[in-house]
Design a protein around this ligand. Structure first.
Ligand SMILES: [Fe+2]
Length: 296
């Protein structure tokens, strides 16, 4: 599978970044990342300097997403492709590069309203990822740190941005009536073996948060189960208990973070192959499970 970019990091802005510390650290099983900008707290799920950057501010949402190019050529190609598609990027400053711990950085604003940063050379942390909460670690090698799912009213423009601009390919899509007269439509996009690195839901109206969820994938199925037990022991909302998605086959659950957006912890999704020819419509989110379990 030819790769050109992968999910590097997600930037969140919440009024108080410490409000997510117990959630990311003690419940999900992320480790503190390298020191960042003033008031920021960072988290990681592998040996990279940071994967989630939580900054103080009023947005209470995702505010930027970083995609790391696999090499200098992929970086140049992605920046050029974005410009050709009408999404001109601006080169980051020395300060930007230092803060994001990358060699090169270019940014543009996506139709979703979230800033997208193309980067090269995301630094390693000073130590490998090792946590008793997640003995098997997370699957990130060659596939980025997880996936992100957004809701937007600019569905078609976002499709053009992701495919013509970023160079992602659509994996498949979902269309289903979730209640009388209310249609859910979600498109899934890949840029490497991970079934989707980005998915986009068509929002019927402006939602309070653009970010629906962030997904991290465990190497060991039991680590997903143990994470579910940790969530169960809290009072956090569980919008979807354990289940298996129909399209990517992932065994997972969803927990609502204290900031509102959700985190999916999962294992064992199927992978995209060079000869992927399964770009088709699904009419159910899950083949089993994912029942709504608990309100916060
Ligand atoms: Fe997901």
């Amino acid at each position: 599978m030819k790769r050109h970019i992968e999910l590097a990091y997600l930037g969140l802005e919440v009024p108080d970044p410490t409000s997510l510390t117990a959630f990311f650290g003690d419940v999900i099983g992320l480790l503190p990342g390298e020191p960042a900008g003033a008031g920021e707290i960072t988290w990681r799920n592998d040996g990279k300097a940071h994967r989630v950057i939580v900054a103080p501010g009023p947005a209470n949402d995702a505010v930027f997403v970083g995609f790391e190019a696999v090499d200098a050529h992929a970086y140049d190609q992605t920046v050029a492709r974005l410009a050709e598609a009408g999404f001109v990027t601006e080169e980051g400053s020395d300060d930007d590069r230092r803060q994001r711990r990358v060699r090169r950085l270019a940014r543009t604003t996506s139709p979703i309203g979230v800033v997208v940063e193309i980067v090269e050379g995301l630094e390693d942390a000073t130590s490998a990822y090792a946590s008793p909460l997640m003995p098997g670690g997370f699957l990130t090698e060659g596939v980025g740190f997880g996936h992100v799912v957004f809701a937007t009213m600019d569905f078609d423009a976002t499709h053009r941005f992701l495919v013509d601009g970023l160079g992602l390919a659509q994996s498949d899509w979902l269309e289903m009536e979730i209640m009388a007269g209310f249609e859910l439509e979600v498109h899934f996009y890949h840029c490497n073996e991970r079934h989707h690195t980005v998915a986009v839901a068509k929002a019927p109206f402006e939602l309070p948060q653009k970010l629906h969820h962030l997904m991290v994938e465990t190497n060991d199925r039991d680590d997903t189960g143990a994470a579910f037990d940790r969530v169960w022991a809290t009072e956090l909302g569980i919008p979807n208990g354990l289940g298996r998605h129909d399209n990517d086959g992932m065994f997972s659950f969803y927990v609502q973070s204290p900031a509102g957006f959700q985190v999916e912890v999962g294992h064992g999704a199927r992978v995209i192959t060079d000869d992927w020819d399964d770009n088709r419509c699904y009419d159910q989110i899950s083949s089993w499970g994912h029942q709504p379990l608990r309100q916060p």
